[in-house]
Ligand binder design. Structure first.
Ligand SMILES: [Zn+2]
Length: 141
């Protein structure tokens, strides 16, 4: 295993741990954005700032205003002095198409994820934008 792959696996493990911050019941997703070997942002799925920390409604359906981990990580950079141009996104679950659009526009150049999702349209969009996509299935503990 080369050095890059070791780092990729390590950051993915961190993203997985970061997902534990999510108070969502149905699915917990974590994301890290790394640039020049620095973690410049992080995110997990959840409601916007100032909203109740509950993701699901009474019928256990995810509320429409829940932000995905990738969207939280990217928008966090928008409020910082940093920028995501040329960065790598590590995310536990494969990005959906809505997040794929944000990833492209944020100038992210690599996406590494650990869990394949039924819908592949997000990954396909990233590939169309020539973003390097790497799937590293992590062994379940
Ligand atoms: Zn998404």
């Amino acid at each position: 295993m080369n050095k890059q792959e070791l780092l990729d696996r390590r950051y993915l493990r961190m993203a997985k741990i970061w997902a534990e911050n999510s108070y969502c019941q149905r699915r917990q997703v974590g994301a890290l954005i790394v640039k020049d070997k620095m973690i410049i942002s992080d995110g997990y799925n959840g409601t916007p700032s100032g909203f109740e920390n509950v993701c699901e409604d009474d019928n256990n359906v995810t509320k429409p205003y829940v932000l995905h981990a990738e969207a939280n990580a990217i928008t966090k950079i928008a409020r910082s002095g940093n920028n995501s141009d040329g960065a790598t996104l590590y995310v536990t679950d494969s990005p959906c198409i809505e997040c794929a659009k944000l990833i492209i526009q944020a100038g992210i150049k690599r996406v590494v994820y650990a869990k394949e999702y039924r819908l592949k349209d997000g990954i396909e969009l990233l590939q169309r934008a020539h973003i390097e996509v790497k799937y590293i299935p992590t062994e379940e503990e």
